[in-house]
Design a protein around this ligand. Sequence first.
Ligand SMILES: [Zn+2]
Ligand SMILES: [Zn+2]
Length: 161
Amino acid sequence: MTETMYCYRHPKRETRVSCATCGRPICTECMVATDVGIKCPDDARLPRGARAGVMKSGQVLRSVLTGLGVAVAGIPIAYVLLLLPLTWLISAAAGYGAGTLINRAGGRNGGPVAIVISVVATAVPFLVLLAPDLLSSILQPRPLIAMVFAVIAAGVANRQI
Ligand SMILES: [Zn+2]
Ligand SMILES: [Zn+2]
């Protein structure tokens, strides 16, 4: 018989997972996969000495550099995306991927700084492609919609857990 546990951060949410360090039950949304097993967000962050949503300057720098890479690499990717069907869906996936990359570069802290970097980095490739033709893209909003989806997904990837 398995004992029913409830996430210590979401008392109404049932879970079977508990933190490898402190043993508190955590739901799938709260759990953080680390090299040494599943941990609660508190313990997953402790070794890095970082508080939730607060990045050290080195992590901010890495996030910005990754964001620059995403912005540059994203130009050809966005170009291809805009030619594909279901552009908005693929753009959202690409944006989420970009946001995740930046999130990892920042030590997975997420938070406002990471969101801003991700959103800008994701929007740049689309803006570069759309800028020469911005007027017609307002009449033909498909690329703009794709950009909005990509940008939102990039931001979501960096939400604070
Ligand atoms: Zn813990
Ligand atoms: Zn939870």
